[in-house]
Structures are given as C-alpha cells and as structure tokens.
Design a protein around this ligand. Structure first.
Ligand SMILES: [Zn+2]
Length: 74
C-alpha cells in the first residue's frame, strides 16, 4: 500500500555539505516525487528506484536527484 508521507509529516528542506545526511528525522525526496526515510526500517523505495530503504538504512543510486528533508509529524 502506498502512503503519501506528506499527509503525515511536514517536510522542510535544509542545507548540507558533502555526503547526504542521515538520521531518524531525515528523509530523502527524489526528483520522481518519492520520499523515503534515510534510515528506513521498513522496506521502501521511490517510484524510479533511485532510493531504496530497509533494514535501518537507505541506498541512493544518484544523490544529485535527491534532496534531504527534515520531517516532523503533523
Ligand atoms: Zn525516484
């Protein structure tokens, strides 16, 4: 089942340098529109497959297509 994360969390983009940041409140937004937690414990991926998460981490194939967001529960 597909859940729209934006209905649950309020996302705010933030600046970073170097490697993509990770953390419980850090989410990756892909250019395809998908949002995956940076330390996802549930299996998750964006529509284009650029971001795949599960087991406590997420793998990003092309970081240039990914924007980190900080997510707060609404
Ligand atoms: Zn994608």
């Amino acid at each position: 089942m597909k859940v729209d994360m934006r209905t649950i969390y309020r996302f705010t983009p933030f600046d970073y340098q170097g490697e993509l940041p990770t953390g419980g409140d850090v989410y990756y937004e892909c250019t395809c529109g998908g949002i995956v937690n940076s330390v996802s414990f549930i299996k998750a991926s964006c529509d284009c497959g650029n971001i795949t998460g599960g087991g406590g981490s997420s793998k990003v194939t092309d970081p240039s297509k990914v924007k980190p967001l900080r997510g707060k529960l609404r």
